[in-house]
Design a protein around this ligand. Structure first.
Ligand SMILES: NC(=O)c1ccc[n+]([C@@H]2O[C@H](COP(=O)([O-])OP(=O)(O)OC[C@H]3O[C@@H](n4cnc5c(N)ncnc54)[C@H](OP(=O)(O)O)[C@@H]3O)[C@@H](O)[C@H]2O)c1
Length: 317
């Protein structure tokens, strides 16, 4: 089968299209013929080994993972003899967790992994991008116990995580203010933002408005500045926090009535099923910017790395 393989950390061109052995499902696994995957900010971090901590988990000198890609949507082509939840021909989508391997024509995944039947109303490209931004936003929004009519500010509302956060916050009845650049104002309004702040013209920390919840998806404003815009009992989500903000968040949450939520999320079938239901009810739609082919993956990585994508980048396989 065709797959994008990488044997060293570095620039996008370390990703090389090669012929590799097609996997065979074990007794509890399904073999998925992948129709779409995505290039996420997380894939870029793993490709570059940035931050350095990536090397501690994924290989000090060279990556242990041969094939990147953590999200997928496709068709079940074969099943192991113990598989009960899926059958040949099912249209499925999911997340590989820490095993990766979705930049390929085929993937084996345990039926107990993060795997569900694809929503019938959306394309494989749209389904493939859900388990990254959608699940990340959902993880933090559930933790924050967001309530109806709460005032919520979402910074980085035009990205993969931010565009999901806007729609999820709205689905809980929040009043959402989105922070984005001029070019993305129409996009964030179209996905439900009640108010929009163009960060190129206005600094939300200086306008006197305060919010019950601040969801910073891009980590471009310091914690001390953002706190000026948070209510006395408010919650701040820093989904893109690095080690410094994680430590700040931990200390702040211990010593204040306000809470800062950070950390690395995990994936579950329950979460993708929750998002699937929202899609079927018409209250959530993954935002797609561009679609590339597997042959164009170097170009796709270079685009994502610039940090200006609108929502998500899907890859056709
Ligand atoms: N905690 C976890 O487990 C977890 C999980 C997933 C992702 N993450 C992290 O979350 C971060 C965001 O991921 P993502 O995939 O959503 O990123 P992304 O899609 O690449 O987001 C970039 C978006 O943010 C906008 N942006 C850039 N600068 C901005 C600013 N100053 N204010 C407001 N918007 C700005 C960009 O548009 P413009 O440039 O036009 O403004 C673009 O639309 C990454 O660092 C990723 O590693 C963490």
């Amino acid at each position: 089968m065709k797959a994008t393989v990488y044997n060293q950390y570095g620039l996008p061109d370390v990703l090389q299209l090669q012929e590799v052995v097609k996997p065979e499902p074990k007794e509890n696994e399904v073999l998925v013929r992948i129709k779409a995957t995505a290039v996420n900010s997380g894939d870029v971090r793993l490709r570059k080994a940035d931050p350095f901590a990536v090397r501690l988990i994924f290989g000090l000198f060279k990556p242990k993972i041969g094939i990147l890609g953590s999200v997928f949507s496709g068709e079940v082509e074969n099943v192991g003899n113990q598989v009960k939840r899926f059958k040949i021909g099912d249209q499925v989508f999911g997340h590989t967790d820490m095993s990766f391997g979705a930049y390929a024509e085929y993937l084996c995944i345990s039926e107990e992994g993060t795997l569900a039947t694809k929503p019938a109303t959306i394309s494989h490209h749209e389904a493939a991008v859900i388990p990254f931004g959608g699940v990340t936003a959902l993880h933090f929004i559930k933790k924050a116990r967001i309530r109806e009519n709460q005032k919520v500010l979402i910074v980085g509302a035009s990205g993969a995580v931010g565009s999901a956060a806007v729609q999820l916050a709205k689905s809980y009845g929040a009043i959402v203010t989105a922070v984005c650049s001029t070019a993305n104002m129409d996009l964030v309004k179209s996905i439900g933002a009640d108010n929009v702040i163009d960060y190129t013209k206005e600094d939300f920390t200086q306008n006197g408005e305060i919010y019950d919840l601040i969801f910073d998806a891009v980590n471009t404003v310091s914690v001390s500045r953002s706190l000026k815009s948070l209510t006395k009992n408010g919650i701040m989500i820093l989904s893109a926090a690095e080690m410094l903000e994680m430590l700040q968040g931990f200390w702040f949450s211990m010593t204040s009535k306000r809470k800062i939520l950070t950390g690395v999320i995990s994936h579950s079938t329950r979460d993708i099923l929750f998002l699937k239901e929202l899609i079927e009810r018409g209250v959530y739609k993954p935002v797609l910017d561009r679609i590339y082919t597997l042959e164009q993956i170097v170009e796709a990585h270079a685009y994502v790395e610039k940090g200006h994508k609108k929502g998500n980048i899907a890859i056709s396989i």
